[in-house]
Write a protein that binds this ligand. Sequence first.
Ligand code: OAD
Length: 272
Amino acid sequence: MKEKLREAIRAVAEKEGRLVVLTGAGISAESGIPTFRGPEGYWTVGSKEYRPEEMATFAMFSRNPDEVWQWYLYRLGVCRKGEPNAGHRAVVEMERLLGDRFLLLTQNVDGLHLRAGNTLERTFQIHGNIEFMRCAADCTRDFFPLPESVATKTKDEPLTDADRAALVCPRCGGRSRPHVLWFDECYDEEHYRFNSSIQAAVAADMLLSVGTSGATNLPMQVGAIASQKNALLVDVNPDSNPFSTMAEGSGGFFCQGPAGDILPEFVDLFAP
Ligand code: OAD
């Protein structure tokens, strides 16, 4: 690791600064979960009949809920097969060392950060979590774990009547939907911690972005705010991207490579 990067992180740690870690699909790539925009990515490969950007919309869910649920239950199976990797474990260590000076904003719906050991209290799942569902008609703002009886699917395996009967809102009995943010929907605080994420960016002394292509709105706002507030920006990614550009343009650092190799090297720098 470059000495200048080491010194910059130590300076944040020594002044007891606040760390915000922002992760995208790249941190789970080494766990075998496809990214969205990589060569094998969900948005690149597509599903049977629809372009995935159409699939991940409330409009598509309204027209064809079975097809959308089937696709999410297929992805759920992929997520459940994945195990946390060295990158996730390094982020757990950072939380352990920093406590309340740590926050994790993740775009990933795979739940791997929580399975690795990050706490729900300090983990904002800003695009939801694929293990949960909620009322499609918003009869309640609560969300619920998927019923155990609902099995994951192979790619083109249809829903069963039993799945349909189980995938209902526990409050009103109407249709449930995956607890994820779709392309035709907006961030909010209750489901996706929008305001809390903005506040975290304002208060951050360091933003560590990992494995994201910067294609979504809230993460880019978080980066721009942290940069304006003169936080130290460090980006970890095998490829250059808007966060690496932001980091290098603000006196921060772009660490080019896979998260599982690079993040473990940072952990000790946060020790008291
Ligand atoms: P993308 O698929 O857009 O980008 C994945 C990023 O991970 C790319 O920049 C890769 O270079 C990088 N990457 C690949 N392997 C890596 C590794 N081993 N270590 C570190 N980085 C690696 O995924 P996201 O940026 O997460 O939203 O996509 C953002 C959002 O777009 C997703 O949450 C999803 C999608 O639409 C919703 O579904 C709401």
